[in-house]
Ligand binder design. Sequence first.
Ligand SMILES: [Zn+2]
Ligand SMILES: [Zn+2]
Length: 110
Amino acid sequence: MDISCPMCGEDEDLVGTRNADVIELACEACGHAWPRDLSARCAECGGDDIQTVPLAIVEKSRGTQLSIVGTRPVDLCSVCDAEKLLRFHANRPNPLMPDELPTGSRLDQE
Ligand SMILES: [Zn+2]
Ligand SMILES: [Zn+2]
């Protein structure tokens, strides 16, 4: 596999544990651990320049207010999802906001 540790670049001392649709990868060189989605190849263009970014999990709290209750990792293609990646990097360290928010809601942010 053409995977290397995002922390130290190690590409041999990696241990993968399959867990449903995700492989939990751990680097034995530096101890970093991260999940890798098995579908980490773009379904649109077949490219493998995929970045995993945190996507906000948004829920209605009260009335029309939304709050971010957590994040989940999503894989974005550097070609097809270039816009989202730009948006994400512009707003770091905030998570990427979902494209579709529950209708009639506004985000209680900023
Ligand atoms: Zn490492
Ligand atoms: Zn793509």
